[in-house]
Design a protein around this ligand. Structure first.
Ligand SMILES: *Cc1c(COP(=O)(O)O)cnc(C)c1O
Length: 384
């Protein structure tokens, strides 16, 4: 049986031209014309004043925190329902993550929980040094509300837009609402450089500082002079060549993933109570992965993933929130009220194959087996 993957790279055909150019001109070292052109193209596409291509999205988050001067003993608020790369950089700088619950509409950071956390922190005289919000699976968070709360408390906002390149709210790109935004070009994302990331900001001086830290914090003198510990976090000119070819087709990729999402929604209309991430008013999600919750919870979810696997179809559980991860069991977790929303979304949440090149026939197959799985599950439960 044919393998139907969750998400795989989808080349445009233009990548080879830029990569060949890099090889033919011997520009295979970090930096170079492809990096500069890719950064410029990302500036235009995102609408940010400044961009810095990095070796990964994780590195971009680490650089954002380091540039903001976050250090040992500081707190950083971070959405709990995310991939671990959002939180790990908080530990890299020696700070403590404080995890924030999601709201059930977009599945992203709950503004109510954030406000509650801010009030608690202000009372203790221990405001966070930064807040990290995520646009999960490409669905836009309530980022304007979140940015307003951060502004009120004068705390910088970092947008983890690793999964949401191309997602907008009132035409403005995710990643441009905070002090910093980051994108990822890992192999599974909507576009890829095989591995890489981008740090963006509307503050050119912050990006200059990040550039300095990303290149071993070298002082501007003839010999090698260092007064601080920096990193080696720049993107290679070969990777950036792939990125240039990919960025040319980003809008097509967004359209393809949105179409896949819409087909799933229509197909499961009759399988009641399935619940999708919602687009808040004025927003356009890139729908990197179609995610939904199943009425039967974790048992039904896991059984369905197993059944699909037997048909060679790759589906995955939603990200397991950071407050449920053994590695982060000691850190505070703040919800809006008694309900733990991100736990429920994890337990009931499933991601379905969403690769932009998935054919109509392949998706029809996925739909058929999902429906079959759900119906069988209902029958089993009725028999019990
Ligand atoms: C992929 C991802 C990252 C990290 O990006 P890499 O380029 O893989 O380092 C960060 N945050 C989220 C939410 C991601 O999905």
């Amino acid at each position: 049986m044919k393998h139907i993957p969750l998400s795989i790279p989808h080349l445009s055909g233009q990548e080879m031209r830029y990569v060949t150019e890099a090889l033919e001109t011997n520009w295979v070292a970090p930096l170079g014309p492809n990096v500069e052109a890719f950064e410029a193209a990302m500036k235009t596409y995102s609408g940010s004043a400044a961009t810095l291509a990095t070796s990964s999205g994780t590195a971009a988050i680490h650089l954002a925190l380091a540039t903001l001067g976050v250090t040992a003993g500081d707190d950083v608020f971070c959405q709990s329902l995310t991939f671990i790369a959002s939180t790990n950089p908080i530990r890299y700088v020696g700070a403590r993550p404080v995890l924030i619950d999601s709201e059930p509409e977009t599945w992203n950071m709950s503004p109510a929980a954030l406000r509650r956390a801010m009030i608690q922190a202000a009372t203790r005289g221990r405001l966070p040094k930064a807040v990290i919000v995520v646009h999960l699976y490409g669905v836009v968070a309530k980022v304007e509300e979140i940015a307003a709360i951060c502004e009120e408390y004068d705390v910088p906002l970092i947008e983890d837009a690793a999964e949401s390149l191309g997602s907008t709210i009132n035409g403005r790109m995710t990643g441009t609402f905070g002090t910093f935004g980051i994108y990822s070009f890992n192999g599974n994302k909507i576009i890829t450089t095989s591995g890489g990331g981008m740090l963006v900001s509307n503050d050119t001086r912050l990006i200059e500082r990040a550039f300095y830290l990303a290149t071993q914090a070298r002082q501007p003198v003839l010999h090698y002079e260092h007064t601080e510990v920096g990193f080696n976090y720049r993107m290679s000119n070969v990777s950036a060549g792939i990125g240039r070819g990919q960025l040319e087709v980003i809008e097509e990729r967004v359209e393809a993933r949105r179409t896949i999402f819409e087909r799933y929604v229509r197909a499961f209309e009759t399988v009641d109570a399935s619940h999708y991430q919602q687009e808040i008013e004025g927003s356009r999600a890139n729908r990197w992965l179609t995610a939904l919750t199943l009425p039967g919870g974790m048992q039904q979810r896991d059984a369905l993933i197993q059944q699909l696997k037997q048909k060679n179809i790759e589906a995955r559980p939603a990200w397991k929130p950071m407050h449920l991860q053994p590695v982060y069991r000691d850190v505070p977790y703040i919800t809006a009220n008694e309900e733990d929303v991100s736990r429920r979304l994890f337990e009931e949440g499933i991601c379905l194959p969403s690769a932009s090149q998935m054919s109509f026939t392949d998706q029809a197959l996925v739909i058929r087996f999902v429906r079959q799985g759900l119906v069988e599950d209902v029958r089993r439960n009725v028999q019990l």
